[in-house]
Design a protein around this ligand. Structure first.
Ligand SMILES: Cc1cc2nc3c(=O)[nH]c(=O)nc-3n(C[C@H](O)[C@H](O)[C@H](O)COP(=O)(O)O)c2cc1C
Length: 221
């Protein structure tokens, strides 16, 4: 796949949650590594972005690294560049934008959630994936849980139920479904408190990043 991409002048990026993943990607011919820390939404490892990014940057230089996991504002972008990343890669921050196709009940839950309201659970895919804690994750993590199946069996097991829950949760009187509804999201959910457009997210990121640069210049003066 990598050779075919390169034959067509297409660069290849790949996610890494550990230094060794990044080294293997580079050995396989990957052009850009996304170093994604523990706090990220979706499948994620054990090492926090703050520690992972410089470790990966040093291990695979001069291959460019994008920082991911917990990046949703301009201060976090500035911090990522300070850690040696050439740019950032964001996921969760888009999920509450006005354009996002996030389930409306889940979007409201995200807007109300704090940074402690996510957990890594195997209950959606069979692999540890960060998502919003809900009655769904509580049941799967609870004492009476039968335990999850490995990927790809868990998504096959829960697919139909999950679609039914999402459909039922569209009606607020289906309180059980509303309690169960959840989705992948990172710890950065705690700072997503209003639904704004993707354009505004980017504009605010840039303006906050520029404020940080100004602050750094003053420190140097
Ligand atoms: C809803 C959702 C779905 C995701 N799906 C994938 C995926 O299919 N493949 C992948 O490599 N990463 C996936 N990710 C991880 C993102 O690519 C990204 O690395 C991560 O969201 C960055 O951390 P953040 O959520 O704190 O911004 C997903 C993340 C979220 C939130």
């Amino acid at each position: 796949m990598i050779a075919r991409a390169h034959d067509n002048d297409v660069l290849v990026g790949a996610l890494a949650g550990k230094k060794v993943h990044a080294e293997r990607h580079v050995a396989a011919g990957v052009d850009i590594v996304i170093a994604q820390g523990h706090e990220a939404g979706g499948h994620t490892g054990d090492i926090a972005t703050m520690v992972l990014v410089p470790e990966v940057v040093d291990a695979i230089a001069p291959v460019p690294v994008l920082a991911a996991g917990g990046i949703g504002n301009g201060r976090q972008v500035a911090a990522s560049l300070a850690l040696g990343a050439q740019g950032v890669w964001c996921g969760s921050v888009w999920l509450t934008t006005t354009e996002a196709e996030t389930h409306p009940v889940v979007k409201d839950k995200f807007l109300a959630a704090g940074s402690s309201d996510t957990l890594r659970s195997r209950s959606r895919t069979g692999k540890p994936a960060r998502q919003l804690r809900s009655a769904w994750t509580d049941e799967w993590e609870g004492e009476n849980s039968p335990g999850t199946l490995p990927m790809p069996l868990q998504p096959m097991l829960i697919g139909a139920a999950s679609r039914r829950i999402d459909r039922a949760a569209m009606n607020p009187s289906n309180t059980g479904a509303v309690e169960l509804a959840n989705y992948f999201v990172g710890q950065v959910v705690g700072q997503l408190n209003e639904s704004i457009s993707a354009t505004r997210v980017v504009e605010e990121m840039i303006s906050e990043y520029l404020d940080v640069m100004e602050r750094f210049e003053q420190l140097n003066a």
